[in-house]
Design a protein around this ligand. Structure first.
Ligand SMILES: O=C(O)C(=O)[C@@H](O)CO
Ligand SMILES: [Mg+2]
Length: 275
């Protein structure tokens, strides 16, 4: 059975951020992920993880100025120094949180710049970052994201992400396989699980219902079937990663909304065993 991590940026918004660790643990999660830890001292977050017996499984490197609309720096010409400083900061947090993997967001393609120029910057930045992360004992992930949610995002397709990982040839550079984005951009999700999981290039999976990004049992994807496929393929290829629950509860952030929406874990028979 896959191991599920709660995404604390999207789940448990009925609680203040630091209270979300306790809420996730109370619902049986053993792993958590979130987008950005940088508003909080790393030691404070590490203490929450220890207090609630949780493992940090993923977070993102600084994305640039998120409020101003930036969505990562990795493909942006002229921003290499900011990118490198962000990687260094993320590696410090990863050490403090004992987190094995970091997501590096590609960024929005700037108007008027040739895709080939962005690709060259992206690959050079990723190669540099992978070397830094390797020395620090961490994995780096790149994630294809759909352009309905993030118009202009540079990396959109699974085949592009896998090609980049193959070109760079760093064993600690992998793909964050978000089934929600995959379904929106290209579909054929079960066959893509069969195609990509055995390659050893998938470092993490994420899920959400499509198209509303609510609970996995709401929408057009049959997650019960997809979990069976993941189980079958993982058993044959030895994949042991986590599945991040990266969705916005349909009931919003009213009290108890996240926990009330977790019935899918029982319906699909995948709730983590208690204890
Ligand atoms: O949006 C997603 O999907 C993610 O995994 C984030 O890390 C990037 O916004
Ligand atoms: Mg994702």
């Amino acid at each position: 059975m896959p191991r599920f991590a709660a995404n604390l940026t999207m789940l448990y918004n009925e609680h203040a951020f630091l209270e979300r660790f306790a809420a996730a643990a109370a619902d049986g999660f053993r792993g958590v992920e979130f987008l950005f830890p940088y508003a909080f001292p790393a030691e404070e977050l590490a203490q929450r993880l220890r207090d609630h017996g949780l493992q940090q499984v993923l977070f993102n490197a600084p994305p640039g100025d998120w409020e101003a609309g930036e969505r990562g720096l990795a493909c942006l010409p002229g921003r290499e120094a900011d990118f490198r400083a962000g990687v260094a900061r993320a590696l410090d947090y990863a050490q403090a949180l004992d987190c094995p993997r970091i997501h590096l967001m590609a960024g929005l393609a700037p108007a008027g710049v040739e895709p080939a120029a962005l690709q060259a910057v992206y690959e050079a930045n990723l190669a540099w970052a992978a070397e830094q992360a390797r020395a620090a004992g961490r994995e780096l992930l790149i994630e294809p994201i759909n352009t309905r949610d993030m118009p202009g995002y540079f990396l959109n397709r699974q085949d592009e992400a896998h090609r980049i990982v193959q070109v760079i040839q760093a064993p600690n550079l992998k793909v964050q396989f978000d089934l929600y984005h995959c379904q929106i951009v290209e579909g054929d999700v079960a066959m893509k699980i069969r195609q990509y999981l055995p390659t050893g290039r998938v470092g993490h999976i994420q899920i959400a219902g499509v198209p509303m990004r609510h609970e996995p049992d709401l929408g057009e994807l049959n997650h019960g079937y997809l979990f069976e496929v993941i189980d079958e393929v993982a058993a044959s290829c030895g994949w042991t990663g986590w599945i991040g629950c990266e969705y916005r509860p349909a009931r919003g952030s009213v009290a108890g909304a996240t926990s009330a929406g977790l019935g899918w874990l029982d319906t699909l028979g995948v709730r983590p065993p208690a204890g």
